[in-house]
Design a protein around this ligand. Structure first.
Ligand code: DNO
Length: 410
């Protein structure tokens, strides 16, 4: 049989208030936990004490006497959010960058080796509907360009917003806006700007507009410079601390609200990986985010930049209409999951031959459908247990099949 190691199966846990428990995650077959100290205000230092406390909670079960290991390790932090002053390139950024460096040193000190983060301005991941009902009755997250246009042009009334949409989208959006109830309009606003789990912050309409205004004058080039400045500062510290950074792509990978987006394409990736050439300056291959753009060649991106692939979010999306998509089940939709996994496993083999210590790449099933019993429960959108369990089970089965049949692109 061919030698090949499997990826590390991880699961995003939102902390003690997550309805999905660590025991559930263990039973789902994951061995790695993806977690963040969401309670720490953006920009503040993550202390060794706080990190160790959370690590103990994740890795040890104190309900038994004596306490025993749960069989889970805190493998990835997702995310240490970046203060807006850094993104905006304000003079005060240096103070926040110093804090970020301290956090990374502390992360390395407690033995966590991967940090996922993003450089999206103002909004983190964005969806217009968190409960799209699919034809099998499952609920899925959705980004509908018409609804997005309704919000941007007719509710937020952003200056010149109509220039960002086609005439067709504008016309349908206008009709839809007119026919929407106040409650539906409120729900749409809430979905877009009130903050999704793990995202940055929530805003009111006025706060949101004020945030957007701060970005006036920051175009793509300037924004790239701000990211480059940040990377030049923090990557050497990450490297010295044994921490691998994994930048998450823009979700969705297109400009929103006239804001610059710089992690959406292969060209963007090439730019940022080039700023500092280090294994610590790596990326998250989020197949669902990059995969929304038909011009992104996911398999090629892994083949070309795999040595810097530090984390994988495996999920698929289904495009529809003009720029819209919903989350598909993990092996369906637009993502060629078979060849994505082949490419990742090939990268692991290369690392094995090169005796790299980070041979095993952590992956997690991302954004499951809400199905079965979870339809009756309160869950974190995209992160209900059963949907993710289904996704993870499908992915691990596919991975095993690929390994047993010799890891060949097909
Ligand atoms: C959503 C996630 C994002 C991601 C951050 C990474 O499910 O993929 O919130 O965690 O963008 O910084």
């Amino acid at each position: 049989m061919v030698y090949a190691s499997t990826m590390e199966q991880t699961w995003r846990w939102y902390g003690p208030s997550d309805p999905v428990t660590l025991t559930d995650i263990r039973q789902a077959g994951a061995t790695g936990i993806v977690n963040a100290l969401h309670e720490i205000p953006i920009g503040e230092v993550w202390t060794v004490e706080d990190l160790e406390k959370r690590k103990r909670l994740i890795e040890w079960d104190f309900s038994s006497n004596p306490p025993r290991k749960r069989g889970l390790r805190w493998s990835v932090i997702e995310s240490i959010p970046i203060h807006e002053d850094i993104k905006l390139g304000k003079p005060t950024r240096d103070k926040w960058i110093e804090n970020y460096k301290k956090s990374l040193q502390n992360v390395g000190w407690v033995g966590i080796d991967t940090v996922c983060y993003n450089f999206m301005p103002v909004v983190d991941w964005t969806r217009t509907n968190l409960e799209l009902v699919l034809d099998d009755g499952a609920r899925a997250l959705c980004f509908d360009m018409i609804d997005f246009c309704v919000f941007d042009v007719f509710m937020l009334k952003r200056k010149d917003a109509q220039k960002d949409f086609s005439d067709k989208v504008l016309e349908i959006a206008h009709q839809r806006y007119e026919s929407m109830s106040d409650e539906n309009r409120y729900m749409l606003q809430k979905n877009i700007i009130a903050g999704l789990p793990g995202g940055q912050e929530g805003y009111t309409l006025e706060q949101f507009q004020a945030k957007l205004d701060e970005y006036k004058g920051i175009d793509k080039e300037k924004y790239r410079e701000n990211l480059a400045y940040f990377l030049r500062e923090i990557i050497p510290v990450a490297e010295a601390s044994g921490v691998r950074m994994a930048i998450h792509p823009d979700d969705p990978p297109i400009p929103l609200f006239g804001l610059p987006r710089i992690v959406s394409t292969e060209n963007d990736l090439a730019f940022l990986l080039n700023v500092v050439d280090s294994i610590s300056n790596g990326f998250t291959m989020c197949t669902g985010s990059y995969g929304v753009r038909p011009d992104n060649d996911l398999v090629g991106m892994i083949e070309r930049y795999g040595s810097k692939l530090n984390f994988a979010h495996l999920r698929s999306t289904q495009r529809f209409g003009e720029g819209s998509f919903h989350e598909a089940s993990h092996l369906r939709g637009d993502v060629d999951m078979y060849n994505v996994i082949v490419a990742i496993l090939k990268e692991q083999k290369k690392r094995h031959s090169a005796h790299r210590r980070d041979e095993i790449i952590p992956m997690r099933a991302d954004h499951g459908h809400t199905i079965l019993d979870d339809l009756k429960k309160k869950t974190n959108p995209g992160y209900s247990a059963i949907g993710l369990l289904r996704g993870m089970a499908e992915l691990r089965g596919l991975e095993l099949g690929i390994i047993r049949s010799g890891i060949k692109k097909r």
